[in-house]
Design a protein around this ligand. Structure first.
Ligand code: RTP
Length: 155
């Protein structure tokens, strides 16, 4: 029988600026690793404004949209691509409900957050969005090493 190429499922997961600033990156990566998913890519960078606006464009009519974009721009994020069967739905379970006060203990938001506007982490809500978000952030991630080097050379 001929082998059939099966498309791998990926989730785009982002530790938001509060998670990076609070030193939660290692804890978060550990949870995904222990669950058994495969880390395919990882990068720390400052999100460009247009990428943040594009990422949350479905929420652009919401009253909290401006604050949300500002929050994402408030410091570096850690972008990751995790792969595995069912990773999108499973990542959402590991992450917990949008509002951290409604997230179960044992989830990332349930254990580490209180405010919806500072909820530590993002995870794609569908495999198609996993692909779309990874593409949208890829360019910014690629630029990060160059930016770090320029900064180092400038001082
Ligand atoms: P995310 O996209 O960040 O993984 O979050 P989510 O699917 O759990 O929630 P979504 O409804 O897509 O909202 C995206 C992010 O917007 C912020 N938010 N603030 N102030 C508010 O009432 C409010 N509601 C949502 C949160 O940071 C949420 O993660």
């Amino acid at each position: 029988a001929r082998a059939v190429a099966v498309r791998a499922e990926i989730s785009y997961v982002m530790v938001k600026p509060d998670g990076v600033q609070r030193g939660l990156v290692g804890e978060i990566i550990g949870r995904f690793e222990r669950k058994g998913f495969k880390l395919r890519a990882l990068k720390l960078y400052q999100t460009p404004q247009e990428v943040a606006e594009e990422h949350y464009k479905d929420l652009s009519s919401k009253p909290f949209y401006k604050d949300l974009v500002q929050y994402i721009l408030s410091g570096p994020v850690v972008s990751m691509v995790w792969e595995g069967d069912g990773v999108v739905a499973s990542a959402r379970k590991l992450i917990g409900a949008t509002n951290p006060l409604a997230s179960e203990p044992g989830t990332i938001r349930g254990d580490f957050a209180i405010q919806v506007g500072r909820n530590v982490i993002h995870g794609s809500d569908s495999p198609d969005n996993g692909d779309r978000e990874t593409a949208a952030h890829a360019l910014a991630a690629r630029r990060a090493l160059t930016t770090a080097r320029r900064r180092a050379l400038a001082c």
